[in-house]
Ligand binder design. Structure first.
Ligand code: S5P
Length: 452
């Protein structure tokens, strides 16, 4: 490696500095985060680093070398090996038994020790460490530092009479990374603001609009739902949990103009008949441009689900555009849903649900990786690549006395960044289902626009 810059860029590849939004121990938000410990895991880099550090000052002045624990310990060790300067080790806390020593190794009072530190920020931790070494009769005059975060530490130490030799400053780092296209002007601006002691303004990450989601969701059913949402200015799915064909068709006729999809539990229809129930329902779906979502919540092995999907009374695969499925049986259990879109149940709305954080994370991994899945049902945020469906929406009730827990459309859009709200009893049990559907549609759309 020829230049210091090339050397730094090799170090950077090890992930020693990250840019973004980080909350420091002090609670202050920083636009960058430094951790030089990975350098010790690359022997070639560590050896080069040791030599760069040693080259910064005449070594004849020193009898010993010591790293500030822990990050600088391997650096000091490597410097000792390269320079033959004997190493001493400073404990973090004095030994509680025996010798109560703070320094380990062979040294005699009056010797001059070169101190090694990975990063200097305010300088206060070095100012606490140095007297502990000096108390043992060792002289500290010089400190070598890999990275100066330029937050006053170097100046403070120099004002106390120490010579501070820094290999890189955060400004050097920014210049090198900007030259190489790793940092934008905005990021450099935020870093400069931070170094100047100003409160850094981070851009709030915005939720994606339906138009933006259209660009990243490639499942055809996801695309269709998003197109309908944009065209109808609606994100409402009505849950038609009624028990007769007549009620189902009457409800579909009333709410059809306002919805993107009608969600059914076809197995609760007492007089289900594929001709009398499904054919007119499909006509209404075409007339009003909405999709049919069968909330079957499949939860079995692939072979059984395949049968449940295409056989029996309901022959779901003949008419549903999208279905819900649990992912409890694993990735391959979802292979059978070939000609529909699958919305995976990731988290449930009911009190005491077992869909805890760990379950949701594992379920989300399956949903993200399976090509048949384009969305998830959840009461939590999910990754942008999946469309989020949120049931448990009701503006008038908090629960139903049977474990259901309700939230408002505003909660679903502002807190969860949902894409579609699912409303059942709030609409089909209301006095005027059409009017209620229209008001949930407007509330949902306003909440969506407000969350952009
Ligand atoms: O977690 C869930 C998942 C679903 S799909 N919680 C739910 O309530 N659902 C369904 O959404 C439920 O099966 C019902 O069909 C609808 C909610 O109905 P509501 O009357 O409580 O709005």
């Amino acid at each position: 490696m020829e230049t210091k810059k090339e050397f730094f860029l090799e170090c950077y590849k090890l992930g020693i500095i990250k840019f973004g939004r980080f909350t420091l121990k002090s609670g202050i938000e920083s636009p960058f985060y430094v951790d030089l410990r990975p350098l010790a895991s690359d022997p070639k880099i560590l050896k080069l680093l040791a030599n760069y550090l040693l080259d910064m000052l005449p070594l004849d002045n020193f009898d010993l070398i010591c790293g500030v624990p822990y990050a600088a310990l391997p650096m000091a060790t490597a410097m000792s090996l390269e320079s033959y300067l004997p190493l001493i080790i400073k404990r973090k806390e004095a030994k509680e038994y025996g010798t109560k020593k703070i320094l380990e190794g062979i040294y005699t009072p009056g010797q001059n020790c070169l101190l090694v530190e990975d990063v200097v920020t305010s300088g206060t931790s070095l100012l606490e460490t140095i007297p502990e070494i000096e108390n043992e009769g060792i002289i500290v005059s010089d400190i070598v530092v890999v990275l100066d975060r330029q937050q006053g530490g170097k100046e403070l130490l120099e004002s106390k009479g120490f010579r501070v030799h820094t290999l890189f400053t955060i400004s050097d780092v920014c210049t090198m990374l900007k030259d190489e296209g790793h940092l934008t002007d905005d990021e450099v601006g935020r870093i400069n603001d931070f170094l100047a002691g100003n409160v850094v303004k981070f851009e709030e990450e915005k939720r994606l609009s339906y138009e933006q989601k259209l660009e990243i969701c490639d499942h055809s059913v996801a695309q269709k739902l998003l197109e309908i949402a944009i065209e109808k200015k609606s994100n409402l799915i009505v849950s038609a949990d009624v028990t007769s064909t007549q009620e189902l068709l009457t409800l579909a006729e009333k709410v059809g103009p306002h919805i993107v999809a009608l969600k059914t539990h076809m197995d609760i229809i007492l007089d289900f008949d594929s001709d009398a129930t499904i054919l007119p329902l499909k006509d209404l779906a075409t007339k009003y441009n909405f999709l049919l979502m069968e909330d079957r919540k499949f939860a079995d092995i692939g072979n059984t689900q395949e049968l449940q999907f295409s056989y029996g009374l309901y022959k779901i695969s003949n008419w549903a555009d999208l279905v819900t499925a649990q992912v409890i049986a694993g990735y391959e259990s979802l292979d059978c849903f070939r000609n529909v879109g699958v919305v995976a149940i990731l988290g449930m709305s009911s009190k005491g649900t077992l869909t805890n954080t760990n379950y949701r994370e594992e379920a989300t991994k399956i949903a993200l990786s399976h090509p048949n899945v384009f969305g998830g049902v959840s009461q939590n945020k999910i990754p942008n690549e999946l469309l989020l469906f949120t049931p448990g929406i009701n503006v008038a009730e908090a629960g139903d006395g049977k474990g259901q827990q309700y939230n408002t459309p505003e909660h679903a859009f502002n807190e969860l960044e949902t894409d579609f709200i699912i409303v059942g009893r709030g609409i089909y049990k209301s006095f005027d289902a059409e009017k209620s559907a229209l008001s949930y549609k407007i509330a949902g759309w306003n909440a969506y626009e407000g969350s952009l």
